[in-house]
Design a protein around this ligand. Structure first.
Ligand code: ASP
Ligand code: MG
Length: 306
């Protein structure tokens, strides 16, 4: 069982999403797959701007910006015509757009609290998973978009919620395992969870990697792949010294955490946390250079492991 996580830069437009669907298809020929997606590139930043506009009393400008976002997503969905009658249908995308638009138009600077803002921010991931599921359907792969609010149980610290691990493990495996057993690819939103009373929360900016590792631990995955726009981890930022940066094929969890602390661009230590107890390795892969094997991070270096 594999968890594949795709970041926003891998989901920029219909062509990118179709390419991602092709990668998922290849992997799904070898193993059972659960997919975790970020919002399409730039969408969460746009939603943060929309929230700020509402909070500063500029709701009509916020609605204009939301319309532009809606058009961008509608163009993508028109481009990806799903062939299977699974729940990832365009009508669900329309419903989500209308609900979010109504919520923005009904909000005022006074009502735009952090609970409301998390609900609005969740739009990016809730739409992107439906687009990815559509693209998979287009390739003839059975896929179901799932909001992680059904899987990840959190406290009510809106904007930076923490998962409640035992409840998340129970709920995630209960809801996801039957799909995996039926050969359906669950396509799950990164970034979000929900309180026990079903109010949507977010886990903090850039937390979709963490969503992926949390779910991997919950379902007992064999490996997580974080698909991004670089080949993997270098010992320093290659942009600051292209000639001297050394590519790292493999790292132990401990080395990865030390590298992150010293400022290298590697997974956030929080992302590794759920994997460490379960000894699940993670691989950083490049969506735009999928033949590259990437950087493998695990309990101990494979070259010295027995
Ligand atoms: N879309 C969210 C963000 O931009 C989460 C993520 O991409 O990891 O912060
Ligand atoms: Mg991101």
């Amino acid at each position: 069982m594999q968890v594949l996580k795709f970041g926003g830069s891998s989901l920029h437009d219909a062509d990118a999403i179709r390419h991602v669907a092709g990668l998922i298809r290849e992997e799904s020929a070898r193993d059972r797959i659960l997919v975790v997606c970020s919002a399409c590139g730039g969408v969460t930043n746009a939603l943060v701007r929309i929230v700020e506009l509402v909070r500063s009393g500029q709701t009509s400008r916020a609605l204009d910006e939301f319309d532009a976002l809606a058009v961008r997503h509608l163009e993508i969905s028109a481009n990806l015509k799903g062939v299977c009658e699974l729940p990832a249908t365009p009508s669900e995308i329309h419903r989500l757009m209308a609900a979010t638009q109504a919520s923005i138009s009904g909000a005022t600077a006074l009502t735009a609290n952090s609970e409301w803002s998390d609900w609005v921010l969740s739009f990016g991931e809730r739409i992107s998973v439906r687009l990815v599921a559509l693209a998979l359907n287009e390739l003839g792969i059975a896929a179901k978009a799932i909001d992680a609010s059904e899987l990840i149980v959190t406290n009510d610290q809106f904007g930076a919620a923490s998962p409640i691990l035992d409840e998340t493990h129970a709920r995630a495996s209960r809801n996801v395992r039957p799909l995996l057993q039926d050969g359906i690819v669950p396509v799950v939103t990164g970034f979000i969870g929900a309180t026990r009373d079903a109010r949507i929360t977010t886990l903090g900016r850039n937390s979709s990697d963490f969503s992926a590792t949390l779910l991997a631990a919950a379902i007992g995955a064999d490996e997580v792949s974080i698909w991004t726009d670089v080949d993997g981890v270098f010992d320093r930022d290659p942009r600051n010294g292209a000639d001297t940066a050394v590519f790292l094929d493999e790292l132990s969890y401990e080395e990865a955490i030390n590298l992150a602390r010293s400022g290298a661009k590697v997974l956030h230590p929080q992302t590794l946390e759920p994997l460490i107890g379960a000894s699940i390795p993670v691989r950083i892969r490049n969506t735009f250079n999928p033949r590259h094997t990437g950087t493998w991070i695990g309990p101990e270096l494979r070259s010295i492991a027995v």
